[in-house]
Design a protein around this ligand. Structure first.
Ligand code: DGL
Length: 198
């Protein structure tokens, strides 16, 4: 078997929510994790900046760390750079996108909410996702500026204050299904579950 590592990239600790699942499913695989905290947050940066950065990090993981595949454990970076990385590197590139498809099959009242970064919500990839999977649904999107930084700082009071503000309009829309469209957000899932209601 190929003992080279699997590369994983996120702007910070968000990709740990993805890494946890990779470890559970593939405990024997060596992993090489990049937390790009120098450029965090990705969510408010222009896609060209993220794309350039991901190409540099991907190159380094491939050439120096010799990864056999690359997981972009970040919705924002996938939207900005997955296609460019697939053209640039001769290894499989796995991306993340907001779970609109499973939400579409889970909802009963056809009203779903999506929490994600501004970069993800503005992307052409997200628009395509809605066209493909959300026809006939009411989809309410909510950008969450500041939340990734609060999660990185483990600032519980700020996390709760921001989530209270961001979830209020979604509650008013009577959504019955909520998509956590940024890999940082599952790290504060407990707060989200409490504040979003059933
Ligand atoms: N964790 C990233 C995502 O899934 C983005 C966080 C950031 O804004 O840096 O979108």
């Amino acid at each position: 078997m190929n003992a080279q590592p699997i590369g994983i990239i996120d702007s910070g600790i968000g990709g740990m929510s993805v890494t946890r699942e990779i470890r559970r499913l593939l405990p024997q695989e060596p992993l090489a994790y990049v937390a790009d905290e120098a450029l965090l947050p990705y969510g408010d940066k222009p896609p060209t900046v993220i794309r350039q950065r991901l190409l540099e990090l991907g190159d380094w993981l491939h050439a120096v760390q010799r990864v056999k595949m690359l997981v972009i454990a970040c919705n924002t970076a996938t939207a900005a750079a997955a296609s460019a990385l697939r053209r640039a590197l001769p290894i499989p590139i796995i991306g993340m996108e907001p779970a609109v498809k499973p939400a579409a099959s889970a909802t009963r009242n056809r009203r779903i909410g999506v929490l994600a970064t501004e970069g993800t919500l503005k992307s052409a990839r997200f628009a395509g996702l809605l066209r493909t999977f959300a026809a006939g649904l009411h989809v309410y999107t909510q950008p969450c500026p500041g939340l990734v930084e609060a999660i990185e700082a483990d600032d519980q009071a700020r996390i709760r204050a921001l989530l209270t503000r961001f979830l209020k309009p979604l509650r008013q829309r009577r959504i019955d299904t909520l998509v956590l469209g940024c890999t940082h957000y599952p790290l504060v899932r407990r707060h989200i579950a409490e504040l979003a209601g059933p």
